[in-house]
Design a binder for this molecule. Structure first.
Ligand code: PMP
Length: 429
């Protein structure tokens, strides 16, 4: 009997390219039929066939409180009842802007948008408009949404003028994007030494979460800050994923670095489409209507999205919230590591706050090149075997995982029990 998941996926492919509205959902990397979700509550999601899963994707990060948190749902319902969109200022969006500026020391002003891509794309344009320069630096393996200038293939560590990694991106656009290796301070110093006065901005995931999880070396982030200041380049921390995920003051608070601009998304919308970019007043004031850099959005600052986000931000600021989240995440990764070791499977794992990475490699990677050394076949087997046991992990070896406040000891222990059985089977393969 074909499952409803399978039927839906077959039909979806007829009407939606690849059957999905965002590529990684298609299980292209791990193979098999994607799971169609119908409902979520807390740490659990149910698919169209009624199968329950403990969810470690959390909509790729936003669901830090778990699914369908009663207070978030209530805020959404109450706000929606007053109208869905006005295309005019609202008090709620001011409250969100003020909240973000209060929480992040380097954020004097902020503008709300509807996705992470819009936030990074706008921040890059603003940095270019502010500096009057064209070139930007990004790092191998970092993803910053799908704006043309950021979809640039990684070079091999050294200074490389990028080739586009997507059809439809003009070579001329990609040529302004330089790709360096993550955590490689020496390459950064060398590049700034050569062309520092041409660099408009450096954009970085302060904890990389789009090549699995790669933690930053503190000296790397420090070098970034110093070089940008020295050369008048705008330092953009892309905290779309890490923002209010790794800690109460994002990754910048954790590592004690104040960027010039910060981009946010995911958690600040609590599961609704919301992004933001903000930072130094002097830079932000270059935006229209005050300055020459144009940026706009019909649904920007949408009240329903803002209501979900404000409620989420209020709840995550509760004392001890992040300590508990980080402890639960550590319990998960320590348990996974111990289970793998018990069965002699080559494996490592690490976490930063409520984000984690699992690697079929002896030690956690520190760069894209090292991430590529992970055993992808082993991951794919692990993913499907865990899925069969009702554990939903990110369907790719190159994505970070997420724990929510709704993941209690019970869910984590069930996950570890499943992993013990799966690793046991793997050691016999
Ligand atoms: N930046 C980072 C660091 C991200 O992780 C993502 C999405 N995963 C984006 C930008 C793009 O955000 P969105 O998918 O909301 O456009």
């Amino acid at each position: 009997m074909t499952s409803r998941n399978q039927q839906l996926f077959e039909k979806s492919q007829q009407f939606i390219p690849g059957g999905v509205n965002s590529p990684v959902r298609a299980f292209g990397s791990v193979g098999g039929t994607p799971v169609f979700f119908k409902r979520g509550a807390g740490a659990t999601v149910w698919d169209e066939d009624g199968q329950a899963y403990i969810d470690y994707v959390g909509s790729w990060g936003p669901m830090i409180l778990g699914h369908a948190h009663p207070e978030v749902i209530k805020a959404v319902q109450e706000t929606a009842a007053n109208g869905l969109s006005f295309g005019a200022p609202t008090a709620l969006e001011l409250e969100m802007a003020e909240t973000l500026c209060m929480l992040l020391p380097g954020m004097d002003q902020v503008r709300l948008v509807s996705s992470g891509t819009e936030a990074t794309m706008s921040a890059i344009r603003l940095a270019r408009g502010y500096t009057g320069r064209s070139k930007i630096i990004k790092f191998e393996g970092c993803y910053h949404g799908h704006a043309d200038s950021l979809l640039v293939k990684a070079g091999s560590g050294a200074l490389t003028f990028g080739q586009p990694s997507s059809g439809g991106v003009p070579a001329e656009t990609a040529a302004h994007t330089l790709v360096l290796a993550y955590n490689d301070s020496a390459a950064l110093v060398e590049t700034f030494g050569k062309i520092g006065n041409e660099i408009a901005a450096v954009i970085v995931e302060p904890v990389a979460g789009n090549m699995n999880l790669v933690a930053p070396k503190p000296e790397f982030l420090k070098a970034l800050r110093e070089l940008c200041t020295q050369h008048g380049s705008v330092l953009i921390f892309d905290e779309v994923m890490t923002g209010f995920r790794v800690g109460p003051k994002c990754a910048q608070g954790m590592f004690g670095i104040v960027p010039d601009l910060t981009t946010l998304g995911k958690v600040i919308g609590g599961g609704m489409p919301l992004g933001a970019f903000g930072g130094r007043r002097e830079i932000m004031q270059k935006l229209a209507p005050l300055g020459p850099v144009y940026q706009a959005g019909t649904l920007s600052g949408n009240p329903v999205a803002v209501a979900a986000g404000l409620t989420t931000l209020r709840l995550v600021q509760a004392p001890g919230f992040y300590d508990k989240l980080a402890a639960a995440t550590r319990k998960l990764i320590d348990g996974l590591t111990a289970a793998a070791r018990k069965h002699g499977v080559i494996f490592s794992a690490q976490s930063v706050g409520g984000m984690f990475g699992v690697y079929f490699r002896a030690t956690p990677p520190t760069s894209y090149a090292e991430v590529m050394e992970c055993d992808k076949t082993a991951f794919n087997h692990f993913f499907h075997a865990m899925l069969e046991k009702g554990i939903y992990l990110a369907p790719s070896a190159f994505e970070a995982g997420f724990v929510s406040a709704a993941h209690t000891d019970l869910e984590i222990e069930k996950t570890l029990q499943a992993a013990d059985e799966v690793f046991g089977g793997m050691s016999k393969r």
